[in-house]
Design a protein around this ligand. Structure first.
Ligand code: MSP
Length: 508
């Protein structure tokens, strides 16, 4: 199987916040997991540069949009790097390869007879980069950004979305898991069923963007340019190689609920028009909220992901963002909740388990662990079904559930420590077998947990494997099973995986 996963490409009109890092982290966890399962995987993220809001911010700073974008690019490239994401490519919509592809794509829908010229007039929210109907406004303002939209009236090129209503409905009926979770599928389907309006795919008033091939005085509407990145990247990410046959349409798009229509309605219609297959699946996630409001630059309530990573490390931030909000739902986050989970779950549940286990192996067995899997073991029972259960949850995008399923085992291993009390077994020479057995089981359980956690906590996973004198490279998914630990020597008491951090704070 092939597995191609994407994040939305982020607007560069301001700097990143935790809401952006969130999708990148989730996509990375999926990509790493499917790689572990041996799938041919490709992971794409990047930035969306041709927004009117980008041109506006650049002008405010006295810069050409491209110069502005070049300057802020580093801050965005830093996000995947700092959260330890393994993206295979980072796309910029100002890449020549992308721009050429967009022109070809638009020409295809033009040649298909789906484009006509018309006048558009309406309220436009520059932050959404979308026209708003009167019904969508709250007291005259955009409901998401709480800003007043602008009245725009211009001669544009329109895409005949209305002509795709039946084909989209047929697609949704044939593929009930085209959009997940199902309540998002229903939302998209009822939007389509409610009747589709043609939309403008060009802008006349500004030069920043990809020129329309048959009318170069106009540029592509930012969404007609941005969505195409998912396909264009495959044509030039690897020099001299066209990755489309390999990865299209095996794509899974991750996106926030605010951009559902563009992805679940416009994008498949544009693809059908241009003669491409529609995506395999779209997963729509919720928002991270702070004080019940979306974290967003325009609302001014941002948490800088890089500050958090600086203090708590990438793994802790990855852990917290997936664990504190059920993936797919909205949920509130706070730095206090990160701190609390760091101490209670990472440092205590997992960190102490490793410290205690390795310290006991060092002390009671001189660091030498004999290989002795057994049929009658509480750890065997704990690990039973783990691999299949976690894989199933991943297949359902239930990242939060997958992590909780692994954590059940972590808690179970802690109970084994307490229940077997190896320190008591060590006092009794005649119970040497039981002691070795228990310590083997704990080490093996930790090893299996480390492999299962590798996509969530990549650094921690390697450190656990190394502390158990194992090979971090042995992390293919079939290692998530009891009894794979071989005889090992030289195990010493491990240093804390998650050292104490004083107060819930970000770097000053
Ligand atoms: N550029 C468009 C996407 C084009 S994709 C072809 C865009 N960019 S964005 O930077 O505004 O948002 C990108 C993603 O970040 C969206 O999926 C959005 O939902 C997500 N998030 C932004 N703030 C968020 C939270 N507070 N919480 C979770 N995700 C949020 O839209």
């Amino acid at each position: 199987m092939t597995y191609y996963v994407t994040t939305p490409i982020y607007y560069v009109n301001s700097t990143p916040h935790i809401g952006h890092a969130y999708t990148t982290i989730a996509a990375d966890i999926l990509a790493r997991h499917y790689r572990q399962r041996g799938e041919d995987t490709f992971f794409l993220t990047g930035v969306d540069e041709h927004a009117s809001s980008v041109a506006r911010v650049a002008a405010e700073q006295g810069l050409e949009p491209k110069d502005y974008a070049d300057r802020i690019l580093g801050a965005w490239q830093e996000v995947p790097r700092r959260v330890n994401a393994t993206n295979d490519f980072f796309i910029r919509t100002s890449d020549d390869g992308h721009k050429a592809f967009v022109q070809d794509f638009l020409q295809r829908i033009y040649d298909a007879g789906d484009v006509y010229e018309g006048i558009y007039a309406g309220w436009y929210c520059i932050r959404c980069e979308a026209f708003k109907t009167e019904a969508e406004l709250v007291d005259g303002a955009c409901a998401i950004h709480e800003t007043t939209p602008e009245w725009i009236e211009e001669q544009n090129w329109f895409f005949r979305l209305s002509a795709y209503q039946d084909r989209l409905l047929a697609l949704y009926d044939q593929r009930p898991d085209f959009v997940v979770p199902s309540f998002r599928y229903n939302e998209a389907r009822s939007f389509i069923a409610g009747g589709l309006q043609d939309f403008s795919i060009s802008r006349a008033g500004q030069p920043w963007g990809v020129p329309i091939p048959w009318n170069p005085d106009q540029v592509a509407y930012v969404w007609a340019d941005a969505l195409v990145n998912y396909l264009s990247a495959l044509t030039y990410a690897r020099r001299g190689e066209d990755l489309r046959p390999r990865f299209w349409p095996a794509v899974r798009h991750l996106l926030g609920k605010d951009i559902l229509r563009f992805h679940c309605v416009y994008w498949p219609a544009l693809l059908l028009s241009a003669g491409y297959d529609v995506p395999h699946q779209l997963f729509v996630h919720g928002w991270l909220l702070l004080d019940d409001r979306k974290i967003s630059k325009s609302l001014g309530n941002v948490i800088d992901p890089l500050d958090l990573v600086e203090v708590y490390g990438a793994d802790a931030v990855r852990f917290w963002s997936i664990r504190s909000v059920s993936f797919g739902q909205d949920g509130s986050v706070s730095i206090e909740s990160l701190h609390e989970r760091y101490e209670r779950e990472l440092a205590n549940d997992l960190g102490n388990l490793l410290s205690r286990t390795t310290a006991m192996i060092a002390r009671y067995l001189d660091g030498d662990l004999p290989a002795r899997p057994t049929s009658d073991s509480p750890v065997r029972d704990l690990l039973d079904g783990l691999s299949a259960d976690v894989a199933k949850r991943f297949d359902d995008y239930d990242l939060t559930g997958a992590l909780e399923r692994i954590w059940e085992v972590v808690r179970g291993l802690n109970r084994v420590v307490e229940g077997q009390a190896p320190w008591k077994l060590a006092e009794d020479e005649t119970r040497r077998d039981d002691l070795e057995q228990t310590l083997y089981d704990l080490a093996d359980g930790l090893r299996a947990v480390a492999v299962a956690l590798a996509s969530f906590l990549p650094e921690t996973s390697s450190r656990i494997q190394a502390a158990l004198a194992g090979d971090p490279a042995e992390s293919s998914w079939d290692e998530v099973a009891y009894g794979r630990t071989t005889a090992r020597s030289g195990i010493v008491a491990a240093s804390p995986l998650f050292p104490r951090i004083d107060s819930p704070t970000t770097a000053a």
